[in-house]
Design a protein around this ligand. Structure first.
Ligand code: SF4
Length: 297
């Protein structure tokens, strides 16, 4: 199959756009989406020190490669990588993350649960069981990364979260009835280093392809404690539904952004029709239908 934009061989078919893309146009497409997300959210500014949360897996390795390519000539912005070793035997290998950062010449910092808390996640799970492993892990990792951020002068944390991760999170919060998380503002929270997610509009399989094309030695293993049953269910439901309705994940991510953005909510929120006085958007659907009917007569 040929690329829809040139005559080279295609390496990817995007069902949601109907395009076949060669390697050159695939890279351009993915990088344009990531740059647009950064621009629209004003995620990176002059003077920033951006730290990629580098697990050594495909998504974080891909975002490190992308940001290095984007920023390596900028003297006013620093890029670095942080790896947290939770102490999960057979899963976390910090030396692989280090090799990836070294291959790009990006400064790398490592911290471990063992050094910081005197306990590995394996030991916590042995005491407490696996039920809350992700909760403990997330809380301890966030605190550790914030301490490193203060020491290193980090102003932004970059994560490799993909369109699939974001869409799953929106649907999970809806299924849990968690209005707080669904509507929590994207604005900065005092004391927390802001998080940026350049790949939030890029499907997971395209991020994986980007990693395969540009990064060597990333990890493919899954965490043995990744037991979030709801996320697994939601992933299955969404993938199945999105196969028949390819725009679904984009719709969910856009919904999540709208709900979290207080300005957009108040700007586009509930009001009355400026013509008939009924509650609606700017012009109510009834008036739109009547307009359409009048245009035809
Ligand atoms: Fe930690 Fe859970 Fe992620 Fe494993 S899956 S690294 S336990 S948050």
């Amino acid at each position: 199959m040929q690329c829809s934009k040139c005559r080279r061989d295609a390496i990817l078919f995007q069902r949601y756009s109907g395009l076949h893309l060669c390697e050159h146009h695939f890279n351009r497409d993915l990088e344009a989406k990531a740059k647009r997300a950064i621009r629209e959210h004003r995620w990176i500014e002059s003077g920033d020190t951006v730290a990629v949360a580098l697990s050594g897996g495909k998504d974080s390795s891909a975002v490190l490669f992308f940001l290095h390519k984007l920023l390596h000539e900028r003297r006013d912005i620093q890029l670095m990588a942080i790896t947290v070793d939770e102490g999960i035997s057979g899963y976390r290998y910090p030396e692989r993350a280090r090799a990836i950062a070294d291959s790009m010449g990006v400064p790398w910092v490592m911290a471990s649960f063992r050094d910081e808390y005197g306990l590995t996640l394996d030991e916590i799970v042995a005491r407490k069981g696996t039920g809350l492993s992700c909760s403990y892990c997330g809380v301890l990792r966030r605190a550790l990364m914030n301490r490193i951020a203060r020491e290193e002068g980090i102003t932004k944390f970059a994560y490799g979260f993909t369109l699939d991760d974001e869409a799953q999170s929106v649907l999970m919060n809806a299924l849990r009835g968690d209005a707080d998380r669904l509507t929590r503002s994207m604005r900065e929270v005092e004391g927390m280093v802001p998080r940026i997610k350049p790949f939030m509009h890029v499907p997971e399989r395209e991020v994986a392809l980007y990693a395969f094309l540009h990064v060597e030695g990333f990890d493919l293993a899954g965490c043995p404690y990744a037991g979030d049953a709801l996320r697994g269910d939601v992933r299955g439901i969404l993938d199945d539904y999105a196969y028949r309705h390819p725009a679904t994940k984009y719709a969910l991510v856009n919904l999540g952004e709208s709900l979290r953005d207080p300005e957009r909510v108040s700007g586009e929120g509930f009001r009355v029709c400026e013509r008939c006085g009924e509650p609606c958007g700017r012009i109510c659907r009834t008036c739109q239908v009547l307009d359409e009917m009048r245009e035809r007569t």
